[in-house]
Design a protein around this ligand. Structure first.
Ligand code: PLP
Length: 372
């Protein structure tokens, strides 16, 4: 019997168990427990920010960030079409309008040269999203934002440990958002974080996370917030995970480079870029794209790998082709062929931190058998 190789396996072998037991032994399990502040501080340090506010998910982090910059109904936010629904959903929850741009065929990140044409009087923010291990080309984004007085909300959920021109991703946005879902570099099971350097923005993030209690009188509210508080149990896991940050970054790149080396000769897929002048790929996931004229479809390859008990995930389905968003009347005239092409032809293979060298070898062998 072949053992299954999941698309992602986390590594929990450090202080996770000890810190969790500390929570239980001390009876601190809620968001009031001491690990929450410790995790926030350690995480802020890692991404080079002054303030960090933990929340319950990456999706929640984006909502809190947009609320904190004062996104109002009718405000527009420019984001890549090739991303997760969380980005567009957060904008819509606040009554805003997501405006999508095309992505790059090689890096899979938003094509920043297409942002300017989408800016108008209603634009409030740009939301660059780092995709699959390569950063968005941020300098032109920051320049445009300065020029037009826009906020930058950086979605760095997939970019923990990644740098852009030597500086940590997540250190660039007015507010930057992270997720701690188990396929992310640091995981808390479920969880997220918003980080920033501005004390006013930080205060607003903390308030929105915690139902907007007035500091001077609890249970009195001038605004509606959310209960997006992270528990002490989750933060205990998170702190232990942050302690393994450097090793996790090294391991991610090792997995990615091994796939590069062993799959290149197959000539069956467009592989991820190894890097460019802004960054070296972190290979948060290892994506494969079937080129034009490929003998098998992405769906067929995923089925074949599935028969060998190897987990895969398809790429994102672009926002401009989402049934739910089109039904709202959004993106009716939008034609973004690169995003759609990636959505149709891309998928990723196991690359979690818990992947063993033997497992990786088997994934490679099965792909070679499929095309050999
Ligand atoms: C994972 C992810 C999210 C959402 O995070 P959750 O914790 O699953 O809500 C948002 N944006 C990006 C780019 C992600 O990869």
């Amino acid at each position: 019997m072949k053992r299954p190789i999941p698309v992602n396996t986390p590594v929990l072998g450090g202080n996770e168990r000890r810190y969790l037991l500390e929570c239980i032994d001390s009876e601190w399990i809620s968001s009031e427990g001491p690990f929450v502040a410790r995790f926030e501080e350690a995480f802020a340090g890692r991404v080079g920010r002054r303030y960090a506010t933990s929340v319950t998910s990456g999706t929640a982090a984006l909502e809190v960030a947009l609320a904190a910059i004062g996104l109002k109904p009718g405000d527009e936010v420019i984001l890549p079409s090739f991303t997760i629904i969380s980005c567009a959903a957060a904008v819509l929850r606040l009554g805003g309008k997501p405006v999508v741009v095309e992505c790059d065929r090689l890096t899979w990140n938003m094509d920043v040269s297409r942002i300017r044409e989408r800016i108008n009087g209603r634009t409030k923010a740009i939301m660059p999203v780092h995709i699959f291990g390569m950063p968005v080309d941020l300098d032109p984004v920051l320049e445009l934002a300065r020029e037009h007085g826009l906020y930058v909300i950086e979605d760095a959920a997939q970019a923990q440990g990644l740098t852009y021109k030597g500086r940590p991703c997540g250190s660039f946005g007015h507010i930057s958002a992270f997720s701690f879902y188990p396929n992310k570099l640091v995981t808390t099971g479920e969880g997220g974080m918003v980080v920033c350097d501005d004390p006013e923005l930080d205060k607003r993030c903390r308030s929105y996370r915690n139902l907007c209690f007035l500091p001077e009188r609890r249970f009195v509210h001038e605004e509606i917030g959310w209960n997006y508080r992270m528990t002490n149990l989750q933060a205990a896991l998170g702190l232990a995970q942050v302690e393994r940050w450097d090793a996790s970054v090294v391991r991610k790149r090792e997995i990615g480079r091994t796939y590069q080396k062993l799959l290149r000769g197959l000539n069956a897929f467009q592989l991820p870029v190894e890097g460019d002048e802004t960054a070296e790929n972190l290979y948060w996931v290892f994506g494969l794209v079937i080129p034009e004229g490929g003998s098998l479809t992405a769906g067929e390859v995923m089925v074949r790998l599935g028969q060998e008990k190897i987990g895969t995930r398809p790429f994102f389905w672009p926002m401009h082709a989402q049934p739910v968003l089109r039904e709202m009347g959004l993106f009716a005239d939008e034609s973004l062929p690169v995003s759609l092409w990636l959505g149709r032809n891309g998928f990723y293979i196991p690359s979690g931190l818990g992947l063993t060298p033997e497992e990786q070898q088997r994934v490679v062998e099965v792909l070679w058998e499929l095309y050999g």
